[in-house]
Write a protein that binds this ligand. Structure first.
Ligand SMILES: *Cc1c(COP(=O)(O)O)cnc(C)c1O
Length: 391
């Protein structure tokens, strides 16, 4: 191991690209559940679902074990089956596409807009076939997609509009909260996301039938849960379809409730950090923040910059890491992973904008606990390293 240079480490620890914000109230909320009768499938699940639904304005929220389970559950709810197609952006995390494969369907990869890296509505139409059933829009980095334009396309082709909102909890599109913009919206509460339950997920919808179908699916396809049977004094239950154990525990829901209260403050801080970065990079020609469209409130799960072609991104990543700044790359286009090349015959050249962007993007440290001093350090070190890695 080489001893890292101490540029970013005057306070000891390296600066990660993302991390959770946990306070005493969070800890106490968890401890309280640990002492209660219900560790899972108890009252905290409903309480968290209701508070989450209210915070987004959606009619229903269904808690799930993680964001991937949330995506899987949405695909089941809209009835994706063998050989049916769902259009997904190439610039996303693998789970956005994998959830289609879990149901026996095929993800069809769509390219993104070069400035925002959001799915390009114009490129969806040509990918639609008689087997296409839905579009999954990913609010990349935390910026809500252009849902008006997406809805036009999905209405024209009679498709479900589904949101992978794992980055954008707390964001808004034209004053409408994320969670109400698509037929179904999924969220993740992984520690690097905008709020956390350790592992965790949620789906919001206005459709009561979807909500009821998702509650069964997360509980083995069984019509009632343990607590409902207990309160009715009955042991009898029926499994009406194949489901999974995709449940979220009461321990996690208590943490979620406590985190949800702080979400508006978390988002405000993320936006403040983004503004500090934006201001600094305005004068640095080689570093261009991803474009933010007017009329959105960006939730800034990630702060992504595009580097000039004359910079070697991979070297920049490595040198920053040596100086204690742990950046990341979101993402390698999903269609280029060996699994999809092998099983879905995807190939380079299929989504040229995503492929070329993925060589030049870098996600800088972004989380509410980042101090102003640390942000200035990131900017200074980045500026210095850029001078060193010009090719
Ligand atoms: C994090 C994430 C997921 C998966 O969420 P998990 O809770 O980690 O399963 C899915 N899609 C996107 C875009 C994500 O960022």
């Amino acid at each position: 191991m080489t001893k890292p240079n101490t540029d970013a480490q005057s306070e000891g620890r390296p600066i990660p690209y993302g991390r959770q914000t946990i306070d005493q109230a969070d800890i106490e909320a968890v401890v309280e559940v640990m002492r209660s009768d219900w560790l899972t499938t108890g009252p905290k699940v409903e309480e968290f679902e209701e508070a989450f639904a209210e915070s987004t304005g959606a009619k229903h929220a269904v808690a799930l074990s993680n964001g991937t389970a949330a995506l899987h559950t949405m695909m089941h709810a809209i009835g994706i089956g063998p050989d049916e197609e769902v259009i997904v952006p190439a610039m996303t995390f693998a789970a956005t596409a994998n959830c289609v494969v879990y149901q026996g369907g095929n993800p069809v990869f769509c390219d993104v807009d070069p400035e925002t890296l959001l799915i390009d509505p114009e490129k969806i139409g040509p990918l639609v076939t008689s087997r296409t059933r839905a579009v999954i829009a990913v609010d990349y980095a935390g910026q809500p997609c252009d849902y008006d334009r997406l809805r036009e396309v999905t209405d024209r082709h009679d498709l479900h509009l589904v949101a992978d909102a794992c980055h954008s909890v707390g964001g808004k599109y034209k004053d409408q909260a994320v969670g109400t913009l698509a037929d179904l919206s999924s969220f993740s509460f992984h520690p690097v996301k905008n709020m956390t339950t350790g592992e965790g997920g949620m789906v919001t919808t206005d459709d009561a039938d979807f909500a009821e179908s998702m509650r069964r699916f997360r509980n083995h396809g069984i019509t009632t849960d343990h607590r409902q049977r207990e309160s009715r004094g009955s042991w009898h239950y029926e499994m009406t379809g194949l489901g999974y154990n995709h449940r979220l525990t009461d321990i996690q829901c208590a943490l979620g409730l406590s985190q949800l209260k702080k979400l508006p403050a978390f988002i405000k801080r993320r936006q403040k950090i983004a503004a500090m970065y934006d201001k600094a990079f305005f004068d640095i020609e080689d570093v261009t923040p991803i474009r933010v469209e007017p009329g959105v409130s960006h939730a800034y799960h990630l702060y992504v910059v595009k580097l000039a072609h004359r910079l070697d991104r991979n070297r920049l990543f490595k040198v920053l890491r040596e100086r204690g700044i742990f950046t990341n790359v979101h993402y390698s286009p999903v269609h280029l992973h060996p699994f999809y090349r092998k099983t879905h015959k995807t190939h380079a050249g299929q989504c040229p904008v995503s492929e070329s962007a993925s060589e030049q993007i870098l996600s800088l440290p972004m989380y509410p606990g980042l101090s102003d001093h640390e942000i200035r350090t990131v900017i200074e070190v980045l500026y210095k390293v850029i001078q060193e890695v010009q090719r």
